[in-house]
Unconditional design. Structure first.
Length: 191
């Protein structure tokens, strides 16, 4: 799937080889609008593709998260004022499941700590004006991280995303990127 992707804010250092995307973040990158900090950042890196309407997307992420707010996962974007990012973020000394939904202003929700050297999987489904975010440690069990309203659109930009608001040099490896029709599963279906 990566061979069909394009950059939103291409980083200075990246490589694509054997179906794996390697990214080294530029300094002070992020996707955030106004809330609490009163600034707008639209500088995070995302390597993605335009959908034709609703979808499910899935990706595997592994990184060297070391500084406050280092983050990586998926970006789902209508435009700079309507987007979501989900994955992991280093905060308060722990690597936490994290999601941000921006509808003119950004919110931020943290989930469980996730400590694994092998990385994790993330899945996002946009369907009928709703965004469902799931994660997995083993690639088989997919608990829900978040369910939220999300703008209906004719297409979305979706792809691998990473940011390092407090530094540059976060290294992330993305693999197993899939884009498919929306998975129509019960909210409590963990597969």
């Amino acid at each position: 799937m990566f061979e069909r992707c394009k950059w939103l804010n291409e980083p200075g250092e990246w490589a694509l080889k054997s179906g794996r995307l390697w990214v080294k973040t530029d300094p002070e990158t992020d996707f955030w609008r106004e809330t609490y900090y009163d600034f707008i950042h639209d500088s995070g890196h995302s390597f993605g593709i335009r959908t034709k309407g609703d979808f499910s997307a899935q990706i595997h992420v592994r990184g060297d998260f070391a500084s406050l707010y280092d983050q990586a996962g998926l970006l789902i974007r209508v435009d700079e004022r309507n987007l979501a990012k989900a994955g992991v973020e280093l905060t308060d000394g722990a690597l936490m499941m994290s999601s941000v939904i921006t509808l003119d202003q950004s919110d931020w929700a943290l989930g469980s700590p996730i400590a694994t050297a092998d990385g994790f999987w993330l899945r996002a489904t946009v369907e009928r004006g709703a965004l469902r975010i799931q994660f997995s440690i083993d690639g088989m069990t997919w608990p829900m991280l978040r369910l939220a309203p999300f703008p209906k659109a004719a297409s979305y930009f979706v792809g691998a995303a990473c940011c390092s608001p407090k530094r540059g040099g976060l290294t992330v490896e993305f693999s197993e990127f899939l884009l498919m029709p929306p998975q129509q599963k019960d909210l409590h279906d963990l597969t």
